[in-house]
Design a protein around this ligand. Structure first.
Ligand code: ADP
Length: 498
């Protein structure tokens, strides 16, 4: 039977998806299943591991049914996942000792404060590329070990820690391999990016026994075959990658300096930073892009906290629009914002400003300012914030960038994409397949089973559908950017005067 298809399992924060692709990267069918979120205390977020597993298996079965293919035609499966979310389970039974602690969960913020007070911040940054934060898995594992009667079993190797990729691999692959890939490992705050191994000093710092950690594998590597009872066929499971890393691969950003931005609730921007470890001078994270044949490729990562979320705010709180997509027509009804700037620092500003006390400001209004100007200012704010990250990355990387590859829900907005291109002065490229996370891990799996010879062949799976070229006069662009910088300064000033 001709093995023409690749399947991605995309285990996200609110739903589990499965997507079937052809070897050329065309999307054949997709299926997705939502699952409940648990908020046991303010700021705490958990998932039931049984939900993660059952929705992922159901989504896989449904996608294969929808695609009307024979499971024997599937060459390989890749797993991509919500990053940092932490699970600990029994090595014999697979039963978890606690619900999954989700990346968003803030319960370990005090542990992070303590690490910083003890002066570990610099060592963590130099070894892991990360800025210490409760997002990352390390402090979540420590919380489980400190708050449940499990330490002794963990030390004896009777328990396994894993992020969602690792948990799914253990449960779905025959023989229960206990593995994770280098991209997921790079989000634990325990993984040394230089040695590409778990780091003893970091483990000691958090008092985590090495015996509970998975083996770190490449992002494209056959780790075993899918249990036959799942869809009736033992298909190679051939790739693991965290969602943002898979999206960078799915956007075919294979060369140093290539960048992708995902416009969702927030924005996630990643740049391929080549094969040498470097720290950013603008407060961006250094992380793995992927690891192939034992060779690491690094990435710079930054995020915008409020992106599509501003559009939701306009819709739900301000009632200026009825649907997110309406923002485009409303904004297009005026030729500019009439000098209005919205700085959506509702929860502070991230890289390159890093000020958690800033709050949202709306400046430059006149008697003539109306709804359309404010909606337009909100869309432009998404582009300005992304531009600030982009500039920081280009500066840190020092490589000329030729285009920004985009995806995510708000990338559907043409006005936003055009304005983005005008602000960064390079083309914004929107690909035909916007499911770049799923595509990325499918292509990685294809690479592992020899469906593609090299990255060049893999990149044929990426095709541009829409290109937005910079059109604005330089003078006008500079004027707008100066206005934005003044508006940000205003917001920072307002916070600093407190
Ligand atoms: P996430 O994966 O973070 O849930 P999605 O990629 O599904 O996000 O994108 C949804 C976000 O994009 C929402 O915040 C929504 O407000 C915004 N959005 C969706 N369509 C548009 C549009 N046409 N214009 C602007 N924003 C949009």
């Amino acid at each position: 039977m001709n093995k023409r298809y690749l399947v991605a399992l995309d285990q996200g924060t609110t739903s589990s998806r499965a997507v079937v692709f052809t070897r050329e990267g065309h999307l054949v069918a997709a299926s997705s299943m939502e699952f409940p979120q648990y908020y046991p205390k303010p700021g705490w977020v958990e998932h039931d591991p049984a939900d993660i597993l059952s929705t992922q298996i159901e989504a896989l079965r449904a996608a294969v049914r929808k695609a009307e293919i024979n499971p024997r035609e599937i060459a390989a499966i890749g797993i991509t996942n919500q990053r940092e979310t932490t699970l600990v389970w029994d090595r014999k039974t697979g039963v978890c000792v606690h619900r999954a602690i989700v990346w968003q969960c803030r319960r370990t913020a005090p542990i992070v404060d303590e690490l910083k007070e003890k002066g570990y911040g610099d060592m963590i940054r130099k070894k892991t590329g990360l800025i210490p934060d409760a997002y990352f898995s390390g402090t979540k594992i420590k919380w489980l070990l400190d708050n449940l009667p499990i330490r002794e079993r963990a030390e004896k190797g009777e328990l396994c820690f894993g992020t969602v990729d690792s948990f799914l691999a253990w449960h779905l692959v025959g023989g229960h391999p206990h593995v994770t890939d280098a991209t997921n490992a790079s989000r634990t705050m325990l993984f040394n990016l230089h040695t590409q191994e778990w780091d003893d000093e970091l483990l000691q710092m958090l008092d985590i026994p090495r015996a509970m950690l998975p083996k770190v594998v490449d992002s494209a590597e056959v780790i075993g075959v899918l249990r036959e009872d799942i869809i009736g066929e033992g298909i190679p499971v051939a790739a693991l990658a965290g969602d943002q890393h898979a999206a960078l691969f799915g956007q075919a950003c294979f060369e140093e300096g290539m960048v992708k931005n995902t416009y969702g609730t927030g924005c996630f921007m990643l740049m391929n930073a080549g094969d040498k470890f470097r720290l950013s001078e603008s407060g961006l994270l250094t992380t793995m892009a992927w690891r192939l044949n034992g060779k690491p490729t690094y990435a710079f990562e930054g995020s915008v906290f409020m992106a599509g979320a501003i559009i939701q705010w306009l819709r739900d709180e301000m009632k200026l629009i009825e649907h997110a997509s309406e923002s485009e027509a409303v904004a297009a009804s005026v030729s500019d914002t009439g000098g209005v700037y919205l700085v959506p620092a509702f929860t502070g500003l991230g890289a390159p400003y890093w000020n958690m006390y800033t709050r949202g400001t709306l400046v430059g209004m006149t008697r003539g300012t109306g709804r359309a100007h404010i909606v337009r200012a909100a869309l432009e704010a998404i582009a300005y914030q992304s531009r600030d990250l982009y500039e920081a990355m280009v500066k840190d990387c020092g490589v000329e960038c030729t285009g920004l590859r985009v995806d995510g829900g708000a990338s559907a907005n043409k006005l936003l994409m055009q304005f983005q291109s005008d602000m960064i002065g390079v083309p914004v490229l929107r690909p035909a397949v916007l499911e770049t996370t799923a595509l990325g891990v499918a292509l990685l799996a294809g690479l592992a089973v020899g469906m593609y010879y090299d990255l060049d062949a893999t990149s044929r799976g990426w095709r541009v559908a829409d290109s937005f070229e910079p059109q604005m006069e330089k003078e006008q662009q500079q004027k707008l950017l100066r206005g934005w910088e003044r508006a940000v300064k205003g917001a920072l000033y307002w916070a600093n005067e407190e």
